[in-house]
Design a protein around this ligand. Structure first.
Ligand SMILES: [Zn+2]
Length: 388
């Protein structure tokens, strides 16, 4: 199968983040096994989802992990002009379909290059590491990265995460944390606002605290020019509470996200916020003893990626991608999680992130071909005895 045929097959599995991925998983597993490659699964507790990893090449230290996710984002509410789960060639040099770019294009390159990998005289191994539930918070990658480190007797050195980057090496990624904050006040007639505790009024105070926190970080010159924007950001994306203008709201909640540059610490910022919440509770319980603020993790934090420009993986990716300009991103990806397991990690893959998550998502055919060129160059590199 060529890369477009593989991609066509991968796009036909409508596996969204959060859903069982056994259909696409089993297809990939069969392809690997039909070539004599043993695939290992890292299942979830319920057994309805699993990540997959395998080794191609010799059992020696220093290999390269190719990492990607099998799930995609929903298409509901988006105006698609083609069937999102049928890869469509409109004759304009682009292939349309959900996940074509994010990131089944890269998976297709890995799978399509498998015969060449098997034929080559690899001196260092290549590993596939395909995860699930990336789109709902990079949930499976920590366990998958750990499984790879502990399963094999040898230790891989590099992890290449093939998120769409127009084949540019990405060496930095912001840390990401999403929190839900619930405020419990007391209900009453609006005229009694000084005798009750409005959950809405307190919610607004918390939101302003968060905004001020972001501004303080900027004022303290916590700036990293590699990122756009160059500071940590805090944003409230959903607020809910109240029933009428003349009723004091006893309940309100909001969802917010925190995207940190490597020098800032997610847990530190969250713990400052918790301290402020406890202060407000102490103060307002004098008026209403049941006043409470509860913070709930929307999903576990995704660590930042901070690969140094002189790390060996940067050289390797520059050579195999043909691009030497380094960049950073502010979206969540699994690279920081592989780095936390001790692998040198960077992002580089075909397609543009601008096309991801949208109606009529596509990957340009020439990007897919560039992805294949990168695979072939990687095989060449790993077939030379000097590779380290
Ligand atoms: Zn992705």
């Amino acid at each position: 199968m060529n890369v477009e045929e593989v991609l066509q097959k991968l796009v036909s599995f409508p596996v969204l983040g959060g859903q069982s991925n056994l259909s696409i998983l089993n297809w990939i597993k069969e392809v690997l096994e039909s070539r004599g490659v043993t695939a290992y699964l890292v299942p979830n507790k319920e057994g309805n989802k699993a990540s997959l990893h395998c080794r191609i090449g010799p059992e020696v230290d220093g290999g390269v992990i190719l990492s990607g996710h099998m799930d995609v984002v929903p298409v509901e509410g988006q105006e698609w002009t083609t069937d999102p789960f049928v890869l469509t060639d409109k004759g304009d040099g682009k292939l349309y379909g959900r996940g074509s770019c994010d990131m089944k294009g890269f998976l297709a390159c890995c799978i399509a290059a498998l015969p060449q990998m098997l034929e080559a005289d690899l001196k260092k191994p290549i590993y596939f590491a395909f995860s699930y539930d990336e789109e709902i918070g990079c949930l499976a990658a920590p366990e998958l990265a750990r499984a790879i480190r502990t399963h094999y007797s040898e230790t891989p050195k590099y992890a290449l995460i093939g998120e769409p980057s127009m084949m540019e090496p990405i060496v930095g990624q912001k840390g990401i944390y999403i929190m839900e904050t619930y405020v419990n006040g007391s209900a009453g007639h609006s005229s009694r606002i000084k005798q009750e505790v409005s959950a809405i009024h307190e919610t607004m105070r918390l939101i302003l605290w968060l905004e001020n926190k972001m501004d303080e970080l900027i004022k303290d010159n916590r700036i990293d020019d590699r990122f756009h924007p160059p500071h940590s950001s805090i944003h409230i994306g959903l607020v809910n509470g109240g029933i009428a203008p003349n009723v004091i709201a006893d309940k309100a909640y909001f969802y917010w996200d925190l995207r940190t540059i490597p020098m800032d610490d997610i847990q530190g910022i969250v713990s400052d916020f918790e301290t402020y919440c406890r202060q407000r509770e102490k103060e307002l319980r004098k008026i209403f003893p049941g006043f409470a603020i509860k913070n709930v993790e929307h999903h576990p934090s995704v660590p930042h990626l901070d690969t140094k420009a002189d790390d060996d993986i940067v050289d390797l990716i520059k050579r195999i991608s043909g691009n030497s300009k380094l960049d950073t991103v502010s979206y969540a990806a699994e690279a920081g999680q592989f780095a936390n397991e001790g692998f040198q990690a960077a992002i580089c893959g075909p397609g543009s992130i601008e096309q991801a998550h949208r109606a009529d998502e596509f990957i340009a055919k020439d990007q897919l071909q560039k992805g294949m060129v990168m695979m072939n160059k990687l095989i060449e590199e790993l077939s030379t005895a000097q590779f380290s």
